[in-house]
Design a protein around this ligand. Sequence first.
Ligand code: 4NP
Length: 164
Amino acid sequence: MKKKHKILFVCLGNICRSPAAEGVMKALVEEKGVADEWEIDSAGIGGWHVGQQPDRRMLVHARQRGLNLNHRCRQVRATDFEDFDLIIGMDAQNCQDLRMLAPTVEAMDKVQPMSRWLDPAMGYDYVPDPYYEGSEGFELVLDLLQDGCQRLFHGLAHSPGQHQ
Ligand code: 4NP
């Protein structure tokens, strides 16, 4: 059997950006008919919202794009660094925090910023936190993620699992 691509998206609270990234990526692999070759999850650096659904505003904006986000907030745990081969932080602070949590140097190398897959023409080298923003903040996150996840998919789809 083919080795799965195992990806964990991480943001600060795990109620806005990373559950959206998870939902966008899951919809993409579903649409391509390769969902069984991918393991996709999300988690937060902080634990303030553990057990909760994504932020209501993100649920609404995602649904407008046909995406149903069904994730329950959870915090990053040490075993994530064994269970996933790519751990993608939404911004530079997320990546810095993840590298601090990584138990080994090999685990540290699994941490990559989402900016690697963002279109430079969109003018962002991170996925901005929409928590204190209005609707346009949530729309921007989804625009960046829908484009970035396409690039991530095409970058990884033809390589074997394990992306270190
Ligand atoms: P997220 O947004 O990192 O995209 O999920 C946030 C959600 C909640 C908080 C911070 C950021 N918070 O501080 O509770």
